[in-house]
Design a protein around this ligand. Structure first.
Ligand SMILES: N[C@@H](CCC(=O)N[C@@H](CS)C(=O)NCC(=O)O)C(=O)O
Length: 207
């Protein structure tokens, strides 16, 4: 037993990053739903776990960690003894970090934001988010033209982190139709042993 608890929401791509990696690593975890629609993430009890009041949060014994990418770094460093998911070699580690930054940057202002508008009625600029998403997707499609994975030509936590919001981009009205290399890369991830999908989202939850 890994003794891991994961505070999450079933439609949260940030949470799915961690759920996906736990599953690939073969680690059991107790999944605890946080009711974002009812504001449970802003309760005093939850703010003690994450001052930013966001899921995911991982607890393991006396360790409490927030932020999806930080949790991926922890899990890779703690459990991947081969150091393939997060290489130790400085240039390779930096390449992985580069794409973790993409997952925390344009992936969020692009496809994740466009999806938030449709799913939760977020007051964000949908048109701008869709444009950002397509700019990102065409850059990534070019990047993936000659390589199988985002960094170092091997699967890493960079691929895990970028997967959920790119795979679910159509839920934000961002079509993946014109990005063949991105589609092949998504399928490659889905073929990884231990892959688990995020649940599809009923559009208009906020309605
Ligand atoms: N940087 C954080 C962002 C997490 C995040 O934005 N979580 C969303 C759910 S997908 C959330 O909890 N939103 C509620 C809020 O920000 O109030 C991470 O990578 O975990």
């Amino acid at each position: 037993m890994s003794n891991i608890k994961l505070y999450r929401h079933p439609l949260s791509g940030h949470s799915h990053r961690v759920e996906l990696f736990l599953s690939i690593l073969g680690l059991d975890a107790e999944l605890i739903n946080v009711d974002l629609l009812q504001g449970e993430h802003k309760s005093n009890a939850f703010l003690k776990k994450n001052i930013f009041g966001q899921v995911p949060v991982l607890e393991q014994g006396d360790i409490t960690l927030a932020d999806s990418n930080a949790i991926l770094v922890y899990l890779a460093s703690q459990y991947d003894m081969e150091h393939t998911w997060l290489p130790i070699e400085p240039v390779k580690a930096a390449e992985v970090q580069r794409f973790l930054s993409v997952a925390a940057g344009p992936v969020i202002s692009g496809p994740a934001s466009a999806r938030l508008v449709n799913l939760f009625g977020a007051q964000l600029d949908h048109v701008k988010a869709i444009e950002t998403a397509h700019n990102l997707l065409s850059t990534l499609d070019e990047h993936l033209e000659n390589q199988l994975w985002l960094a170092n030509n091997q699967p890493s936590i960079a691929d895990i982190s970028n997967y959920p919001y790119l795979a679910h981009a159509p839920e934000g009205d961002v079509s993946l139709q014109h990005y063949p290399n991105v589609n092949t890369w998504l399928k490659r991830e889905e073929a990884l042993p231990g892959f688990t999908a995020m649940q599809s989202s009923p559009v208009g939850l906020a309605a």
